[in-house]
Design a protein around this ligand. Structure first.
Ligand code: THU
Length: 132
């Protein structure tokens, strides 16, 4: 690993504290690393209309994209679950579209040191994308 993924995981753990999850109480934090070295954090936000809930990964990605960031090298995702939270299918799709070359680190908030690494391509092979 060429960069300090531990720092990215630490930022995701901090971003997790901003989770708005009154229904599931499952707090998730994410931190996206841009090619330029910036880190953008996000956390999950839930709605009383449950289906409107947005995952931490997408919040971080949407924040970054709407702030003009386009190139991402990694994302870290942290929650209190054994082995760390694997991104859902919807987030994998968005990552495949907007961060296809990113490394994905997942970590249990109680054990940040044992983060596991994946690639977006490994998590969503043969992704649907439209090239224009
Ligand atoms: N959640 C995330 O934020 N990221 C994931 O990768 C999986 C699930 C959130 C959505 C919801 O607020 C809560 O976790 C429980 O599903």
């Amino acid at each position: 690993m060429k960069f300090d993924y531990k720092k990215l995981v630490a930022v995701a753990a901090k971003a997790r504290l901003g989770s708005v999850s009154p229904y599931s109480k499952f707090k998730v934090g994410a931190a996206l690393l841009t090619k330029a070295g910036e880190i953008i954090g996000g956390a999950n936000v839930e709605s009383a209309s449950y289906g409107l809930t947005c995952c931490a990964e997408r919040i971080a990605l949407f924040k970054a994209l709407t702030d003009g960031k386009k190139h991402f090298t990694a994302i870290a995702i942290v929650a209190r679950c054994d082995g760390g939270p694997m991104p859902c299918g919807a987030c994998r799709q968005l990552l495949a579209e907007y961060a296809p070359d990113a490394r994905v680190f997942v970590a249990d908030s109680d054990d940040l040191k044992s983060a596991k690494a994946f690639t977006v391509r490994k998590l969503l092979p043969s992704a649907f994308v439209l090239k224009n």
